[in-house]
Structures are given as C-alpha cells and as structure tokens.
Design a protein around this ligand. Structure first.
Ligand SMILES: [Zn+2]
Length: 190
C-alpha cells in the first residue's frame, strides 16, 4: 500500500464501504500479523473518536492489528492528554492521516446541548463541546458536525508538532461523522 496520505485516507473509506456493504475482508487480523507488528508499528492513521460502544473504529473501517492508532473519549474532544497521544501516533509512530470522527446522536454532544446535570466529572467534557452546540442552532446533527470541525481546528492550532507535519504535507487531517443507522462514515471538511 502506498504511504501517500491521500491514498491512505481513500483506503480507509474503501474499508468503510466494505463494512457497509457486508463485504468485509477483516485484513491484518490473523496471528501472523500479530507477530509481524509485535516489535514495531507504523499505523496508517491516528484517530480521535468517541468512546461510544457503537463506534468501534477498526471494525467500521475494516482494519486490523497495527493499522490504526486510536484515541477515544466521550464527545471526541481534543483535550491535552488526547492531543499528546495523537502527537505520539503521528510524529513518533508516523501515521499519515489524522482523523477526527464524530457520530450521529452523540450522547456527549446531546448532554452538552441540554446542559444536563450530570454526576462526577462528566461535565468537564462540556467545556470542549459548548462552542459546537452554541453554533448549531439547536440542531444535534449540525452540532456533531461542527464539533468535528472544531476539534480538528484545536488539533491544528494547539499542537505545533501536528501543524508542522500538516504544513510539510506528510500528514493530512480529515473529519467524518459515523451514521449509527447505516454504518456509513460521511466526510466532514476540516
Ligand atoms: Zn458520542
């Protein structure tokens, strides 16, 4: 497989198409691949996705061991520890695609929009999502898309390491929204 960032992004979308159409190949999920990547890894993409149990990144893109460097957090928010992890996945491990993936009916986005009273530390997520909900006109689908755009913006602006690789063209940033009903990832311009 070519390591050109745009080809790698296209390969991810091809994997999602296989998943949606039921023609999955489950690549790189055999014991040989486990051994192959045991000593070193070079994932093709680093992901910022939601922790939602219905959005397992490797499965929806039909990928396997050693392919994706995945961070998941409720609301797919780019908070500091997540940014550090994504810097590791891109700068140190060499992933060429940085992908921010939201999903329809996201509980964290919905709760932020409603300003729901929640126990424990849950509300600390709100501060990262509030701008998206404010700019959504009260539409959850718009808020989810806007949240993807804003988190991508945070990654570009808060990380000189990521910004440098984007400028050099050795990394591209991509966004998408996973549809819980169809399994399809719809691209979002970021
Ligand atoms: Zn979610």
């Amino acid at each position: 497989m070519s390591r050109d960032p745009h080809s790698l992004l296209a390969a991810l979308y091809a994997g999602n198409q296989r998943f949606v159409s039921g023609a999955i190949e489950s690549p790189n999920r055999h014991a040989g691949r486990v051994r192959e990547v045991a000593a070193s890894q070079r994932p093709i993409a680093a992901f910022l996705g939601c922790a939602d149990s219905r959005v397992p990144i490797e499965i929806i893109f039909d990928q396997g061991f050693g392919d994706l460097f995945v961070t998941r957090i409720a609301g797919n928010v780019a908070e500091p520890a997540i940014i550090g992890s994504l810097e590791f996945g891109t700068e140190v491990l060499g992933a060429e695609v940085l992908f921010v993936l939201g999903h329809t009916r996201c509980g964290a986005v919905t709760a932020t929009m409603q300003g729901a009273d929640v126990p424990g530390q849950i509300s600390t997520l709100y501060q990262h999502i509030r701008r998206a909900t404010r700019e959504s006109g009260g539409d959850i689908d718009v808020a989810v898309r806007r949240n993807v755009e804003i988190q991508a913006e945070v990654l570009r602006e808060a990380s000189p390491v990521i910004a440098r690789r984007l400028k050099a063209g050795s990394l591209i940033i991509a966004g998408g929204v996973y549809d819980l009903d169809t399994g399809l990832v719809v691209p979002v311009d970021v």
